[in-house]
Design a protein around this ligand. Structure first.
Ligand code: HEM
Length: 218
């Protein structure tokens, strides 16, 4: 590892992120396999459609736990907008959509990332609650009207999270080179953090919480 790299995520943060991400993607895979007849073959690795459904339900429980941990861990940094800097950032769309000379310096997560977090939190909860009642519908006398709403709401949650996921995947990898390291080893270059999270860098420097790798390269 190179001298001068900066640690931006803890092992716990990365564990929760990947538990959430992998369970979410497996739910998309197993859910799509059940939803569309043409994708029923997704069930082959789970021993057929019944296996696909059992896997979907239990992975849903893992997703629920991961989502709870993620909300607890990130709500302060990624769930609350801070004014005026977040508003200034919105006015320039963070410099992503057209050229701007200066993008407002925001905290650890920029408002675009906050929007992604809030979408995952809100629609993830919707998925968990609707999925839970679909699974245990015989134990809860919800009535046919309410029961019929669970299915379109569950599908809506999928469409929203899946769409946002592709934007997140692009921005977290090829859209912003060096970013994925934040969720793999946790160590990033100072140039990356200065470009992606300048306000946060200054905050850490001011508070003396910056963790810099000081050993010589092996
Ligand atoms: C497999 C593909 C994925 C990759 C490569 C990836 C990558 C990343 C990276 C690099 C970050 C840190 C960004 C930064 O500090 O600037 C991040 C944050 C985050 N990821 Fe992912 N992620 C993936 C999938 C997911 C999925 C499926 C979810 C949710 C269902 C998710 C939820 C989050 C959240 C909530 C954050 C923190 C706030 C934010 O950056 O919006 N990620 N991810």
């Amino acid at each position: 590892m190179k001298k001068g790299l900066i640690l931006v995520t803890s092992g716990y943060e990365r564990f929760v992120h990947w538990l959430l991400a992998i369970s979410c993607l497996l739910l998309c895979y197993t859910g799509l396999g059940m939803m569309f007849e043409s994708l029923n073959f997704f069930g082959v690795i789970f021993g057929g459609l019944k296996g696909l459904k059992i896997a979907h339900n239990f992975i849903g429980l893992v997703f629920g736990v991961a989502l709870g941990l993620a909300i607890k861990m990130w709500w302060k940094e990624a769930g609350v907008f801070v004014f005026p800097e977040d508003f200034e950032w919105f006015k320039t769309a963070g410099g992503y959509l057209w050229h701007v000379d200066k993008v407002a310096e925001t905290g650890k997560y920029n408002p675009g990332q906050k929007m992604f977090f809030l979408t995952v939190a809100a629609f993830g909860l919707l998925m968990f609650v609707t999925g839970f009642f679909m699974w245990f519908q015989e134990s809860f006398p919800l009535g046919n009207d309410l029961l019929h709403w669970l299915y379109p709401l569950h599908a809506l949650g999928f469409v929203v999270i899946f769409a946002f996921f592709f934007v997140h995947l692009y921005l977290g990898t090829i859209g912003n080179p060096g970013t994925v390291q934040a969720m793999i080893s946790g160590w990033v270059t100072k140039a990356w953090i200065r470009k992606q999270h300048p306000g946060w860098l200054k905050e850490m420097e001011r508070e003396g919480t910056l963790i810099v790798y000081n050993k010589e390269e092996k």
